[in-house]
Design a protein around this ligand. Sequence first.
Ligand SMILES: [Mn+2]
Length: 462
Amino acid sequence: MFDPERLRQRREDIARRWRDLRGPVVVPSGLLVPIAGTDQFHDYHAHNEHYYLSGNDQPGSVVAYDPREGWTLFAPVASQEDRVWIGDSIDFETLRERSGIEQVRPIAALSGWLEQRRGEPLALLGNPDLVGNPGGYGLENWAALEVEVDDEVSHRLSEAISEARRTKDEGELALMRQAAAASREGHLAGLRLARPGMTERQLQVEIEVEFFRNGAARTAYGSIVGTGPNGAVLHFAPTNRPLQDGDIVLVDAGAEIGGYASDVTRTFPVAPRFDGFQRDLYQLVLNVQEQAIRDARPGKEYKELHLEASAGIAAGLADLGILRGRPADLVERDAHALFFPHGLGHMLGLATHDAGGCLAGRTPSDRFGLKWLRADLPLQPGYVVTIEPGIYFIRAILEDPAHREAFGEMVNWDRVDRLLDFGGIRIEDDILVTDGAAEVLSADIPKQIDEIEVLRQEAAAP
Ligand SMILES: [Mn+2]
């Protein structure tokens, strides 16, 4: 999965960031979580900090670090019963080769390793289930180990990993490009196969099957497929609602490969063409999105990008007669957030909303127009972020009497009332910030109106 040399460099970089550290560190991968009342488990996801440091994703593993001794990987050893039902664990020589960590030891040895460090403050990163379920890691009794977890140091070290994770190395970018390529195949299938009468759920299956055919290990997040009014629910889970002629369809879905996410949204008509208003609104969102991608340069504050996109949306909605007033005033009063309530995007990587989105010391604003902004930092070469403006007609926001009063004259409410079943439009790409223009990892997934209409007309042909 990863080049072991790169993993070694990554750990050296982290150790440098931890240079003041005196005590030991443990980074558990996490354990399988049973589904209550069954003999099954929830989907397992190795903790990203553990995976980032080791490339190992087996449950019940621990990466340990001691500034005096370096790195150790404690790995599970399958029991005979495990081997009968689940299969064997990965042998230690393979783990050594893959991770580049010389010290690979059975998880049963973790207890002794911790006992040797009795009384020293311990930094606990990764999955904290080590404390709640020590038995899962072969520890008999957490309290008896007399280990004290230092929360302040743990937090600081974790922040250092998040900072390191912002800049993607070539190995990570290769996986992100593969993930974006698999996402492309899925979105193309959706654009080609969506038909009146097909359900959201059926469309989801057609999209996801192409992700998996093209190498995805899983979807990076629960696919969002919302048709008609459902497109206005930001994280809508697909239902059996059939697609109807005249609806627009919002598909936010991405493949994950080697632990790395892609996160792409496309919106298109069920009919062979956008109708007049859909087209105006779509072109507005697209213009704002393309401008934000052009402006995503090193040093640019992500929050500025968000506010500029908000101004673009406010200006466009004023041109369309939905908002009233000067765009700058509308944004200052957060009127755009009635229609664009979420942030412009987020960091992307091992997680869909990747670590390190906010610079240390910056806290999210509680302003209506900023509270869901997930990234607040200056962009740097090597960062991967999403750019995903949208315009929605969300009843929960637009029917709220408090909003109707607060934004009274700024909104053409009669017009809004006729659009409450419109749904929403979002266009999302994954971009790599470089020294020059940003590279759009998801660039070849069609988003221009004419490209989409060509595909939709092919879909409608008998
Ligand atoms: Mn996203």
